[in-house]
Design a protein around this ligand. Sequence first.
Ligand code: HEC
Ligand code: HEC
Ligand code: HEC
Ligand code: HEC
Ligand code: HEC
Ligand code: HEC
Ligand code: HEC
Length: 351
Amino acid sequence: MANVVTDPHVRPDVIIPDLSKPDPAVTFARDDIAFVYGTKWKQRYFTKVGDDYFPLGAQWDITNKVWRPYLVAPNTDWWVPFYPAQNSGRPTGPLCDGCHSVNYDIKTKKVTEWNVGCEKCHGPGSLHVQRRTAATIVNPAKLDYVHANDVCIQCHSQGQPLKNPIEGRYYDWPTGFHVGLDLKDFWRLEDHKLGETTFTHFADGTAHKNRMQGNDFVQSLMYTRGITCFSCHDVHGTQNNADLIKPPANLCLTCHGPNSPNGPHAPTVEAHTHHRAGSPGNECVSCHMPRIEQEIANVNVRSHTFRFITPGMTERDKVPNACTGCHTDRTNEWATAELKQWTPHSPWRLD
Ligand code: HEC
Ligand code: HEC
Ligand code: HEC
Ligand code: HEC
Ligand code: HEC
Ligand code: HEC
Ligand code: HEC
């Protein structure tokens, strides 16, 4: 997995935008930046005051190549009411660093290392350094599906610690947890009531924003059948986008196909998708993982419930669906009418 936190004094080229070009949103200078977060979707900048880091007021939207203001607004993240209204009152220690470092110590505010290091997924490593055997390290592949997925869900989820505040401060990450313990004793996933569209969820329970792959995946049948995040991703790095084990077009077919008991239950892939081979409309991820979860502005990442969201759900509940996400010149009624003629899908499930 790529680095998220970088010190620009060590790597000056990490800063993507040209800070010498003035922009009304940018009220800080290069010298104010002690840390840079992010290289893929958005880049945020932090300044150091005492032994804490605080966000600066502008972020770079990498895809659209524009500056946008950065201040977490009221009625968004659950922690906003417990913090001052300005960035200068919102340190990264309680709000970010548990997920962006290894062993962030809430007393000393020190880390063993920045970014997602080995110990975050393999558990404490000191014994392993003394004695290099399989018994002294956690191999996530040997855990049951709940603990295996929790290795990733500890960071890839929106939630709240069970104990909060801790010594007067509200934390936004599973304080006290490390691999080898039970995540459920430290963390609960963000609540959602069916039918409500919130900052975190669409009305059907699909995630609305980024970093919610865990909240989504626990809803999938695949999760209960023992599939894990690392059935599809290899976090030690691959040549594919998002560290996928195979490109999306082949990945799903490892376990799925017309003759597989896992489905889809149709004579050919094309008979299931009703799009020709080679069409973007024939790719599993196009319909089962639409890009509807917001990273920044109009830049979205893919849903991980793997559920097919119907055009009818878009009409009723404002959950975006894949069909009219691609066929932008058509209506949801058109898509529903087409779908209802698609055999062998059940028309009763496609309203
Ligand atoms: C983000 C989580 C994560 C991080 C960080 C991570 N690993 Fe892993 N590692 C896993 C998972 C999950 C598996 C099991 C599945 C697999 O092999 O992909 C694994 C498997 C391994 C294995 C194979 C174990 C075996 O017995 O087959 C080795 C070796 C390993 N990791 C070493 C490392 C080292 C060294 C680092 C740090 C440089 C590291 N990992 C960082 C998640 C992680
Ligand atoms: C310590 C927190 C942490 C843990 C544990 C963790 N991740 Fe991540 N993950 C991150 C962060 C932070 C990023 C963003 C990195 C960046 O922007 O460069 C990320 C990015 C990713 C990406 C996107 C990479 C890309 O280039 O698009 C994937 C896929 C991913 N993680 C999968 C996993 C899986 C699978 C596991 C469990 C085996 C896991 N992560 C465990 C924090 C974590
Ligand atoms: C519960 C764990 C967690 C917390 C808390 C957290 N992050 Fe992250 N962050 C992640 C993960 C996981 C990703 C990558 C996955 C994604 O964005 O969907 C990520 C991604 C990011 C990215 C985008 C990276 C890129 O390359 O585009 C930025 C910037 C970022 N985080 C900054 C912050 C800041 C600032 C805070 C505190 C205000 C924070 N994060 C709090 C886990 C966390
Ligand atoms: C069945 C396969 C599968 C499983 C299981 C899975 N993912 Fe993914 N994931 C994908 C695919 C496919 C993509 C899209 C990559 C692309 O668009 O190039 C993706 C994308 C991502 C991204 C990058 C954001 C984006 O949408 O581009 C992150 C982060 C991520 N997954 C994390 C996770 C985590 C954490 C878990 C477990 C909670 C998980 N994934 C489970 C297949 C899977
Ligand atoms: C490692 C094997 C594996 C991979 C890879 C995999 N799946 Fe699955 N999938 C399963 C299993 C097992 C089931 C459960 C089948 C059953 O019990 O009927 C399942 C079920 C499903 C279902 C129906 C259940 C539900 O939750 O709606 C969908 C849809 C699905 N997978 C989509 C995908 C997509 C899309 C991909 C690729 C991004 C993918 N799968 C990759 C193993 C896998
Ligand atoms: C054009 C959209 C579309 C594409 C592309 C697509 N699906 Fe589906 N899929 C659907 C619809 C619609 C359903 C029915 C949903 C329901 O019954 O709730 C479905 C249901 C499923 C199911 C559960 C029912 C069954 O037949 O077993 C599985 C498994 C599945 N899809 C897997 C896949 C896989 C694997 C791919 C890629 C080879 C894929 N789908 C590509 C639209 C699509
Ligand atoms: C990833 C983009 C994508 C998605 C998602 C998608 N389609 Fe398509 N669709 C296409 C493309 C491109 C074509 C043009 C012909 C081809 O490539 O097969 C097409 C062709 C069609 C056609 C025949 C031509 C026409 O416009 O009348 C129908 C009907 C159709 N799609 C319906 C649907 C429905 C219903 C869904 C949702 C279940 C859907 N599509 C999802 C991209 C998509």
